[in-house]
Design a protein around this ligand. Structure first.
Ligand SMILES: [Fe+2]
Ligand SMILES: [Fe+2]
Length: 351
């Protein structure tokens, strides 16, 4: 899957122009951006508003542009720059908030009305309810993994898959580092333990992002190739993780989102490992996936017990955790449906 899979029918032409304009600010110092462009605030925010509206109305190109801009803005807070960036700009922050609010509102519309209200108040019963909700979800054992990756995927499909997953797997340690701020007790210990696993328990050769990047060598993927290969849904999955982990007020949603990300991994990766072995690809490239079949089932269990359960005593937390969990599985199911449709379209198969 690549740039060619993007929907091309669009009414978002002028909105795409504002995305390029704001993107061009990101390499300027924040105060310079505000000095030069705050006088343009009304025009720019109106154009971003139009972009969000078009995305919400189902315009695929507008949705792509919206997520592309958000992902570019997030690069300013997720990487240590070598040159100036607009991080901290008042105007960029306003644009960011508009994009974030539209993104979360769109995600809330995918939650079946009444679902969050059905959560039991007792923490243990709540956790069972939440796990059951996800276990019955289409994303839990999605045919993209159980059928396509497992049986049909060719090396080039796995290459695409790795690129698409890089927005989450390639920086999971930073998500944990961001979301743990302000936690205490069992939750902080659990996140710290999880983070230390991400750090290879102190062995630089075992750091998870390093192991993930070893797949890049197998497929000759260069970091500069990544952005142009991303679809809107790929970008959204990375953006949602950054969005939820960066703010303290979305801590409950981050707990649900990351917890379900961990829980979904082992079964999915079993299919990736099967594909890798079926294709006889170099063994070094699959270490990351092999390792996570075991480690992420432990991470999920620890997360449920030490992060979800202690938090599930408050109504606000229960609601937010379930909301984040549903954002994860709903967006993942749409994402995998789309990948499967694209894949089958490319090979002439039908669902
Ligand atoms: Fe990991
Ligand atoms: Fe993990």
């Amino acid at each position: 899957m690549s740039i060619i899979d993007r929907p091309t029918m669009s009414v978002a032409g002028p909105a795409a122009a504002v995305v390029e304009e704001v993107s061009s600010w990101l390499a300027l110092p924040a105060d310079e951006v505000d000095r030069a462009f705050l006088p343009e605030r009304e025009r720019v925010t109106a154009a971003i508003g139009d972009l969000n509206e078009a995305a919400l109305a189902g315009d695929g190109e507008a949705f792509y542009q919206q997520q592309l801009l958000l992902s570019r803005i997030y690069q300013t807070i997720m990487q240590i720059p070598e040159t100036p960036t607009a991080e901290g700009s008042v105007l960029v922050h306003e644009v960011t908030r508009m994009l974030e609010t539209a993104t979360t509102a769109a995600e809330d519309r995918w939650i079946e009305p009444g679902t969050l209200e059905g959560a039991p108040a007792d923490p243990k019963r709540y956790l069972s309810w939440l796990k059951d909700l996800v276990r019955r979800h289409r994303a839990f054992k999605h045919p993209y993994y159980t059928e396509f990756i497992n049986r049909d995927a060719r090396p080039e499909d796995l290459r695409t898959y790795v690129i698409q997953e890089s927005v989450v797997d390639g920086r999971f340690d930073d998500f944990l580092a961001m979301m743990q701020i302000g936690t205490s007790g069992a939750s902080k210990m659990e996140i710290a333990g999880n983070f230390w696993d991400e750090m290879g328990n102190g062995d630089p050769g075992e750091v998870h992002t390093h192991l993930f990047n070893m797949i890049y060598d197998v497929f000759d993927i260069r970091p500069q190739d990544l952005e142009s290969a991303m679809t809107a849904s790929d970008l959204l999955s990375g953006n949602l993780a950054v969005l939820l982990c960066r703010y303290r007020h979305t801590y409950p949603e981050a707990v649900g989102f990351l917890g379900m990300t961990e829980w979904l991994v082992p079964d999915r990766f079993r299919n990736v490992v099967r594909a890798w072995e079926r294709l006889g690809l170099p063994d070094a490239g699959i270490t990351y996936h092999r390792l996570h079949i075991t480690i992420d089932s432990q991470h999920a269990a620890g997360w449920f017990h030490n992060v979800v359960l202690p938090a599930a005593t408050s109504d606000r937390m229960r609601r937010g955790i379930a909301r984040g969990a549903l954002w994860r599985v709903n967006s993942s199911a749409r994402h995998l449906d789309e990948r499967l449709a694209n894949t089958w379209a490319a090979t002439g198969r039908t669902a």
